[in-house]
Design a protein around this ligand. Structure first.
Ligand code: ATP
Length: 269
């Protein structure tokens, strides 16, 4: 059961082709994670230490996990993912031990990329409820910091984390030698929404669909929401028993996803 909190993917099948926008962010991640694994000699020749840990932060559903998987795919590395919130909520009393096991596994299976999602669950500076969880969470965080300090910058285990709440993080996590490369993953702008919509509509049979209009109607939507819109539009066409997905399906899908997310997308100005 405890292995479930550590998801081991031999090599994710996500590639950079699956990621819309985020060109600069991807390049930064590759420099910090992929190239140290695939061309370590460059870092040695130049004499520069790649960052030890990188932190991706930004709104939920903007592609942080997607980038981590694509980098693992490209690096020919195993992808070991741990959810900070599961660790804290499901494995009470075992947090520190699981973190220890995570890094043992990472070393055994190297080259590997450790990805800690929702790291704020273990690394928040304030504990807002007075539950007994807090001392335990503190121990888990201490273990994580100790593990990171035990790693060199150039090893074949690379460490990534993601959060939606960078403002909540304990500054100890962001010190040099820990998660000292911080990469912001923003909401997609117009160009990125176009790319994301193209990716998620690639397999749909479309008829007279004006993607540009959809791009214009989805300001503020995340990548995950755009994916949901494409899927819903497809479902609408299935329900109509139609030959193809039409513009009206997309308009209905936008309404549905907007309602579910209790959010208003705004036309770009
Ligand atoms: P969370 O903080 O909720 O974990 P995240 O930023 O890690 O969110 P992902 O898991 O990467 O988000 O994205 C969820 C899904 O949304 C992806 O599997 C993908 O299908 C879609 N998606 C998100 N961002 C993009 C993007 N930039 N390009 C293409 N698809 C995207």
């Amino acid at each position: 059961s405890r292995i479930r909190v550590m998801e081991l993917e031999e090599q994710p099948d996500v590639t950079f082709e699956n990621v819309g926008g985020l060109g600069e962010e991807i390049e930064e991640v590759r420099e910090a994670v992929e190239y140290p694994l695939t061309k370590p000699e460059i870092y040695e020749r130049i004499g520069v230490e790649p960052p030890k840990g990188i932190l991706l932060h930004g709104p939920p559903g903007t592609g942080k996990t997607l980038i981590a998987k694509a980098v693992a795919h490209n690096s020919n590395a195993r992808f070991i993912r741990m959810s900070g919130s599961e660790l804290v909520h499901k494995y009470i009393g075992e947090g520190a031990q699981l973190v220890r096991e995570l890094f043992i596994l990472a070393r055994e299976r190297a080259p590997s990329i450790v990805f800690i999602d929702e790291i704020d669950a273990i690394g928040s500076m304030r504990t807002h409820d007075g539950t007994s969880g807090s001392a335990e969470v503190q121990r888990t965080l201490m273990q994580l910091l100790a593990e990171m300090d035990g790693f060199g910058n150039r090893g074949n285990v690379r460490i990534m984390a993601a959060t939606n709440r960078i403002d909540m993080l304990d500054p100890a996590l962001l010190r040099p030698g820990r998660f000292d490369r911080i990469i912001s993953v923003p909401l997609p702008d117009e160009g990125s929404r176009r790319e994301i919509l193209k990716i998620h509509t690639a397999k749909l049979t479309l008829s007279d669909v004006d993607l540009e209009a959809i791009v214009g109607l989805t300001g503020g939507a995340t990548g995950a929401e755009l994916q949901a819109i494409a899927r819903e539009a497809g479902m609408m066409a299935v329900r109509r028993d139609a030959e193809a997905v039409e513009q009206s399906d997309f308009l209905a899908a936008i309404k549905k996803v907007r309602r579910e997310e209790r959010q208003t997308f705004t036309p770009d100005t």
